[in-house]
Write a protein of this length. Sequence first.
Lengths: 186, 280
Amino acid sequence: MDQLTDEQIVSAILEGDKDLYREIIKRYEKKLSHYLLKFLSNRDDMEDILQVVFIKVYKNLYGFDVNKKFSSWIYRIAHNEAVNYLKKRRGSRISLDDVEYKLIDEKADIRGGADQMFLKEDVEKVLNEMNVKYKEPIVLFYFENMSYDEISDILRIPKNTVGTLIMRGKNSIKDKLEEINKKHER
Amino acid sequence: MRDEKLENSIMGKIKSGQVKLKSKYAFLAEKLGLGTAFTFSVLLSILFFNLILFYLKETDNLKYLSFGKFGIFAFLESFPYLLVIVFIILIVFSGYLLTRSDVSYKKPFGYLAIGMIAIIMILGGILTYTNLGQSFEREARRGNESVRVFFKPLINDHNNGVAGVVFEQNENYLILQTPQGMRRVEIEEVEDIPSIKKDQFVIAVGFGEKSSFKATKIMIADKGEMPSIRRGIDFKFGEFDRKNIPPELLNFTEEEKSCIKKCFDLKKSPRECFEECHEE
């Protein structure tokens, strides 16, 4: 089972083996929970939305082009649901675990080479206040470890735009952290 | 240990038939419907752009602007608002359908939209070399309501401007043949009146209702400048298809027949043609 690709599993489900959808849920439950929690306020809401995502994915399996990447498609559906949720309820809370904090600190180089230390709460605050347009590619790139290509597939934007959004998002994080740092110093 | 609650709940719904796969034909129909709607919308945009160009090129609308600030009201009154509004709605709708189609997948929408608008404008421009606009104009004059509604500013009387052929010329007024009928144009208040002769094409701005019009400015126009107005006058005062009049039926010499044929091909009025050819 593990050797089958997502796309092969989808083809098998469409040929009648409905039970194989269990494997899709197994493969993506944790990944999508992690992703959705970056946008949704609480775990209960996230679980509800995750269920909606898996049901939508199943219902629309014939709409998936098996020549494309399934992971991008399922993330796209999760992305749409997260956006709908955010439209209904303003504000989301990102809470970073230590690994994620380390990731954004090192990979995004938020310190800008300076020897300054930011509190995890400060980084969380900046990420929470960030425009969803920049937050999404930042989350997908730094926390979900996705490539520009995959992000471009999920968000349906050109690859160059992904790069631009990540860069602008990163700069915005740096600027806001600088401001916070100045306030702390005062 | 993984919590299997979600997995079991979803699989339960699938197995019980509560959650079903959407039919593949639904997706196919959706794709086809989207493609058809997009094509239809772009074709209509091309048609409407062509009609706007046709209207601006062939009617008196733009000509009123040559009066400067005096011609603004006449220009606004004869402007084809509905054609422009529908064109804009169609462009927006086509753009929306474009964002939903596979064509725009991962491509920058701005460039695609510019490309789409450029294609619509180029094809709409090319169509002006056909008789499409004239066919719509003819339908509008014949009273086809679905077309007439778009050409209302051309067909209805104007209160701020008038264009037509001089039928009668007097010291204080002119009688013009216009697509709407005969119209008396008072020229007492016009400064610098050009030397106007019978059968000349004139355009004036001022104010007036129905049959009477008080001109403030008047201008002599070339015959070919507002073909739509000329066609409207022909339609009103002598409706026939020039090409269908066989000169053989009339008692002319071979030379006269060929002269009349050539003259009809130039789309001049029958009276002009008969006079021109008779003079020879």
